[in-house]
Design a protein around this ligand. Sequence first.
Ligand code: AMP
Length: 200
Amino acid sequence: MRLILLGPPGAGKGTQAQRLVRGHGIVQLSTGEMLRAAAAAGTPVGLRAKAIMDRGELVPDDIMVEVISDRLDRPDCANGFVLDGFPRTIAQAEALTGLLQRKGIALDAVIELVVDEDALLARINRRIAETGGARADDNAEVLKKRLAVYRAQTAPVADYYRQRGMLRTVDGMQEIPAVSGEIDSILAKGTEPARQSAGG
Ligand code: AMP
């Protein structure tokens, strides 16, 4: 199972990705988590990324493409993966298409979680309250910036996959189990032809 989860910050990508990891024995490739780990470890890339993340902006494409390319080569990706937080720009999407082609990897699905912005603000404010603001980029002002960046730079990524007939959308405003159910049925449909031709 190889898929991409798209959606604005707070849409529930991380929650759904973790559930898919448990259900399918795949790995979650969260570029945000990778950058936070690099920042905590104090690597040069991590420290540069931290300042950018704290402002709610995007880390440069060339860095992100290298990070994800290296990560895809690790053996734990062999069973499959869910990309959470990548690609976030058209340039990243194009680079990913090339990378996957070169690595001989085919995607099963690209799923967009569609949510409305007021609900997102409420969700993130809840997350800030629950975690005591553990993430430096979890505050209302940075969230507004992140949503603006999403609209300008990441929303077009959904169109990129829509134009290629790969995009499936799910109403991310539903309760978590309902969102999970819709994702599961998309994935079941997506893999049906493969199963039929393989098993008969
Ligand atoms: P996330 O945990 O996915 O919300 O990501 C947190 C922050 O990491 C983002 O606001 C960006 O600053 C940075 N980031 C994560 N993934 C990417 C990416 N694919 N491209 C650029 N910046 C990213």
